[in-house]
Write a protein that binds this ligand. Structure first.
Ligand code: ADE
Length: 355
């Protein structure tokens, strides 16, 4: 797997801080190496997403029988669910190389042209955060995806000439947290579009056990389930928590992760039994205390929490919505009775009749 162009020169490197706690699924720069070291390389070791894996296996088999590259693929879903990992598994299964980049690193036309021209036949190009591609890069991609060619123009006004440069047949795998933010023409050029789902507790416990095994961390089944239950349905978070809980086990116990050790470590990290951290709880509490449970606009919530709207939408909301604690309505966000219960608030009477 080659990282042809990472976004470290474009975006400020993220560290674990108050604003980027370990309970959030965004990639944090220094865990990229860790993530790469534990990434499963085959469908057998890739846990979860079983329906998706089955359809992908068929697409891969068919492409191999036809001796053609796989159709262009788009994966969408919340961050941390394994889109990059799955692209790596597909490359391994197809027996081809994969080049990994992300849309913010393809700012200038020469960035995308350079990558496309470096591809060899059958190779996979993975573009993360593909909804952030600019218009020029998108327009370069269209003929590349459709006809495997680059349309270049030379000269000015009257003397302008279009040059068509053939490219080897390749597969583009795009990943996005926001399928709706992709332009229609770009979305239409993907032959296969799949959504990744949050993981259930059993799947996450398997991820935790596998990761602990790779890192030589001693863990029992209940310990793994405890970490899994507080990982917000997200393997990236589960993997980070394994390391933090292992630290706690080493310092406060005998090194082994048990249910008791895991619970104590996660309490110290301020992660509650639904996997919510203090910001998630502040968000729900704000809507209850200041806006009677909502509805309230996302801009108002973001301003009150000192976050930007995009962070709330991309990072905080997906799991709160999925777990039924928060609801999105045309008039704004509302908390559900389950949120009142979770935060130990009395459910107001109107709410009881409303739901
Ligand atoms: N680590 C991150 N995602 C994983 C997955 N789906 N299966 C196994 N290990 C993982």
């Amino acid at each position: 797997m080659s990282i042809i162009s990472d976004d470290s020169n474009i975006e400020v490197k993220k560290k674990i801080t108050e604003k980027n706690p370990i309970t959030k699924p965004e990639s944090i720069e220094y865990d990229k190496n860790f993530e790469n070291s534990i990434r499963p390389k085959s469908f057998e070791t890739y846990i979860g997403q079983s329906a998706l894996k089955e359809t992908l296996k068929i697409s891969i088999e068919a492409a191999k029988k036809r001796e053609l590259p796989l159709d262009h693929l788009l994966f969408y879903g919340p961050p941390g669910l394994g889109k990059t990992t799955l692209a790596g598994v597909i490359a391994e299964q197809m027996g081809v190389d994969i080049k990994i980049t992300s849309a913010p690193a393809l700012e200038r036309p020469r960035d995308i042209i350079g990558i496309l021209m470096s591809l060899k036949g059958g190779e996979i190009l993975f573009i993360d955060e593909i909804h952030r591609l600019n218009k020029i890069a998108e327009e370069i991609l269209y003929p590349a995806m459709e006809d495997f060619s680059l349309d270049m123009t030379t000269g000015k006004s009257q003397t302008v000439k279009t040059l068509r440069i053939p490219l080897p047949k390749f597969t583009l795998i795009g990943a996005t947290t926001k399928a709706g933010a992709l332009s229609g023409p770009l979305r239409d050029r993907f032959g296969i579009i799949h959504r990744l789902e949050f993981y259930n507790q059993e799947e996450l416990a398997q991820v935790v056990t596998r990761t602990a095994g790779i890192l030589n961390i001693d863990i029992d089944e209940k310990g793994a389930y405890t970490i899994a239950g507080r990982s917000r349905g997200t393997p990236r978070i589960a993997n980070r928590l394994v390391k933090r809980v292992a630290d706690y086990a080493l310092v406060k116990g005998d090194g082994k992760i048990t249910e008791d050790i895991a619970n104590k470590a996660l309490d110290v990290l301020n992660i509650d039994n639904s996997g919510l951290d203090s910001t998630d709880r502040s968000l729900l509490t704000l809507i209850i205390d200041k806006y009677n449970g909502g509805p309230v606009g996302i801009e108002t919530i973001a301003a009150a929490l000192g976050e930007d709207v995009r962070t709330i939408e991309d990072v905080y909301e997906p799991y709160l919505l999925q777990s039924g604690l928060l609801q999105r309505t045309p008039r704004g966000r509302m908390v559900s009775p389950a949120a009142y219960k979770h935060l130990n608030y009395k459910i107001p009477n109107e709410q009881q009749t409303l739901f």
